[in-house]
Ligand binder design. Structure first.
Ligand code: HAM
Length: 441
């Protein structure tokens, strides 16, 4: 039986509370790959002149309705929307672009200025969870605002290609398409609807529903029974206006010139309504049905639609869980750093002097990782913990050492024996012992 939090009673106290479906804990053992991804990405974005922006997780529902579109799956069936205590309809952000644009408008930052921005954080969509598809998932979102392209389109895409290189992820394929202008899309949409209506009997229920609200999304259907019909549909690329055609041709030529391979996928339409002209997706064969790891496009109309001065823009977002899964599969999962020194505390009266000493050493040697034994324990048990910690050196401080003004130092890897170092000769004595102890586990 499904239990709702509101129906819990006092008698439930002590019962385990389950995680929310589709929302994951990222445990310490996985965090190395996440941090590796985040650090490389942060470095690269900085090198291309992108600045970080942080925007709220909650926005007024209307923002997403207007930006993403009423007929999209995201707005129609996937948003976490609720009425707050003040009576406002709020929504947990399903994506970051709308919030970033809202922030630029709210802060008066769109009066002819250009912005190159990125943002990392969780997004929320009530989708059917499966491998690679979650209800809370993380994105790195990247936006270049104020340039009409196609030069910026090409640089943005080249930057994403370089990121796969830096991360050590191979085998991603770039798919490109142009959606043209809203006007050319309207004309195309009418032709597509005529075609789909002529074949209505072959449409599945999802596509029938999309036929009135969002017919372009029919082209995105993954249903194998629909593929033949989709292959025969008129192509958007054949209905582009001349300017969009020139924009697309220049983008493709620039990508060829800088050596970024791409495939044109005329059926790539994207699930959010704000796009025009360039759209793209990086896809992988290795994450099953959820194969897009990075997707985006141009949204020249969105800023005016949200009440800002008309400003061209393009961006993309990467799915962090999907990219981290690729990093793990490629063996790029740096282990958590072990401590350098494990501090063994001999007897209850030694703890405060040990803490004082280690705090001083942390100030003098900020790069050294110390793990201080807390919670007491016999020496034997403490040495077992020291061994398991992966530390290279044990620093031992008991009542006897304190009385004599020394510490004992014992290498934990390799063959060196235990020695003593007068406290007055720390931290130099510690440096020497660490150097002699060699690399860690
Ligand atoms: P999107 O295609 O909806 O675009 O999402 C971007 C990426 O987020 C996808 O390629 C995928 O890797 C990841 N993603 C999406 N949904 C899920 C999910 N349920 N679970 C796990 N990962 C997921 C956008 O969000 C646009 N705001 C991108 C953009 C920025 N366009 C212009 N600027």
């Amino acid at each position: 039986m499904r239990r709702h939090r509101a129906s819990r009673t006092v008698s439930d106290v002590g019962e385990q509370i389950q995680p929310v479906r589709g929302m994951n804990d990222v445990l310490p053992e996985a965090i190395g790959a996440w941090q590796y991804f985040e650090c490389r990405t942060r470095e690269l974005l900085g090198a291309y002149g992108y600045e970080e922006i942080r925007v709220p997780l909650l926005e007024h529902t209307e923002l997403f309705q207007r930006a993403i579109g009423e007929h999209t799956d995201v707005v129609g069936k996937e948003m976490y929307t609720f009425i707050d205590r003040g009576g406002d309809s709020l929504t947990l952000r399903p994506e970051a672009t709308a919030g970033i644009v809202r922030a630029l408008i709210s802060n008066g930052m769109l009066r002819g200025q250009r912005h190159k921005l990125w943002c990392l954080g969780p997004m929320f969509r009530h989708e059917a969870p499966q491998a690679g598809r979650y209800r809370q998932f993380w994105q790195v979102d990247v936006e270049a605002i104020g340039c009409p392209g196609p030069d910026v389109d090409a640089e943005l895409i080249a930057m994403s290609a370089r990121l796969w290189d830096r991360l050590g992820i191979a085998g991603l394929r770039l798919q490109l398409n142009s959606l043209g202008t809203p006007e050319s899309r309207r004309l195309y949409r009418a032709r597509l609807v005529d075609y789909l209506k002529a074949h209505e009997a072959q449409l599945d229920s999802d596509s029938r529903r999309r036929l009135t609200g969002n017919p372009l999304r029919v082209l995105d259907s993954k249903n194998p029974d629909m593929q033949e019909l989709i292959r025969g549909a008129p192509l958007l690329t054949e209905h582009l206006d001349a300017e969009s055609q020139a924009h697309f041709a220049e983008l493709c030529a620039t990508l060829r010139a800088v050596g970024v391979p791409y495939e044109i996928n005329p059926r790539l339409v994207r699930g959010l309504d704000y796009y025009n002209r360039t759209v793209f997706e990086w896809i992988t064969a290795s994450t099953g049905a959820q194969n897009a790891v990075c997707s985006g496009g141009r949204y020249d109309g969105l800023i005016a639609q949200l009440g800002g001065d008309a400003t061209p823009a393009i961006g993309f977002a990467m799915g962090v869980e999907r990219l981290v899964a690729l990093l793990v599969a490629a063996g790029r999962t740096p282990a958590a750093a072990a401590p350098d020194v494990y501090v063994v505390v001999g007897g209850p009266h030694s703890f405060t002097p040990a803490l004082q000493l280690i705090e001083r050493l942390r100030t003098e040697r900020p790069a050294v990782r110390f793990e201080l034994n807390v919670g007491g324990g016999a020496l034997k048990a403490q040495f077992r913990r020291a061994d398991r910690s992966g530390a290279r050196l044990a620093l031992i401080l008991g009542e006897d050492e304190i009385a004599r003004g020394v510490v004992a130092l014992k290498p934990l890897r390799g063959s060196g024996g235990q020695s003593e170092c007068p406290m007055a000769q720390l931290p130099a004595g510690l440096d020497a012992a660490l150097a002699a102890a060699g690399p860690g586990a």
